[in-house]
Ligand binder design. Structure first.
Ligand SMILES: NC(=O)c1ccc[n+]([C@@H]2O[C@H](COP(=O)([O-])OP(=O)(O)OC[C@H]3O[C@@H](n4cnc5c(N)ncnc54)[C@H](OP(=O)(O)O)[C@@H]3O)[C@@H](O)[C@H]2O)c1
Length: 284
């Protein structure tokens, strides 16, 4: 690991830059455009957005105006929760392509496995039909890789009953204090890359005293310690910021290494940023 553009290789051979730039809660318009352009200037080449974030058009514009060639970029989007059917998912994929002004996406994910709107009516079948839409878009080259987000093992079991393509990615919340060992090991054993969303606990990590001490000892910032911890676990962190100086700071992760002791200390933290919502009970 030497730079932001080092890559992991997905189970279909596609290469994915080891850090993605997050855009959840980044308002559409000027703020999103400036944030994405700052990230690209700092050397990020992997941008993570979603239909639900409402900022795909702004992300697309920023990418276009950056002048960086499409083939040097890795762009991810995710399916909105209303679209859990073959037809709606197909339409939603086309809409993402249009809004982002691209002819293909590098990665497209099912955002949540069991949206509230489908929970009482055969949500498992909806999930299988939705995955089939992703598989078909993958087969015709609109999506270079496909995956899921917020999936636990039993959601993968449902896909397995009908899938013809194994998911390449599971994007889940991973931050010091919220590390689901069992699920991460399951994904690794299945050849599914784990992307770590909210690697800074959506901003809640900055009050933690243990990480602060480790940061001081290593002469690094709290954000850099968390992101480095994620990378040393073989995960792909997705830090978000709308501030140029923080975007830059979050990219400087390759001139130090956390010791085994520091890794173990961080691994032992429990619940310091709370825990992720249960995808089978979430209110959306
Ligand atoms: N698949 C999913 O369901 C899902 C769910 C959540 C997130 N995600 C993805 O993961 C990305 C990151 O997660 P997240 O948005 O929850 O947040 P995060 O990256 O864990 O934390 C972002 C927060 O930390 C602040 N911050 C960032 N860098 C900082 C630094 N160096 N120093 C101090 N503060 C800093 C940001 O503030 P400013 O912006 O004001 O700088 C923001 O408040 C998302 O943007 C999204 O792409 C996916």
């Amino acid at each position: 690991m030497k730079s932001l553009i080092d890559t992991y290789t997905l189970n279909n051979g596609v290469k994915i830059p080891i850090i993605g730039f997050g855009t959840w809660q980044t308002p559409a318009g000027a703020i999103a455009k400036v944030a994405v352009k700052s990230a690209l200037s700092s050397g990020y080449r992997h941008i993570d957005t979603a239909e639900m974030y409402g900022n795909e058009k702004s992300v697309g514009l920023a990418i276009k105006e950056s002048g960086i060639s499409r083939s040097s970029l890795f762009i991810t989007s995710k399916l909105d929760n209303y679209a859990h059917s073959y037809e709606k998912a197909t339409e939603a994929i086309n809409k993402s392509l249009e809004d982002l002004q691209v002819s293909y996406l590098d990665l497209f994910l099912i955002h949540w496995p069991n949206p509230k709107a489908f929970r009482d009516e055969e949500w498992e079948k909806h999930l299988q039909d939705t995955w089939r839409a992703l598989e078909d878009a993958y087969k015709v080259g609109k999506l270079k890789a496909i995956g899921v987000s917020n999936f636990k093992q039993h959601h993968f079991d449902i896909l397995k009953q009908t899938q013809t393509i194994n998911p390449m990615v599971n994007q889940i919340r991973v931050c010091p204090g919220d590390y689901n060992n069992k699920l991460i090991d399951y994904c690794k054993n299945e050849g599914i890359l784990v992307e770590a969303y909210s690697p800074l606990g959506t901003g809640k990590i900055f009050k933690d005293k243990t990480i602060k001490l480790i940061a001081e000892k290593n002469d690094k910032t709290i954000a850099q310690i968390c992101l480095r911890w994620s990378l040393q676990h073989g995960l792909l962190p997705l830090p978000k910021s709308i501030h140029e100086d923080r975007i830059e700071e979050n990219s400087h992760l390759f001139d130090f290494e956390l010791s085994t002791d520091d890794m173990t200390t961080i691994d032992k933290l429990e619940g310091i940023v709370g825990y992720v919502a249960d995808p089978d009970l979430a209110e959306f």
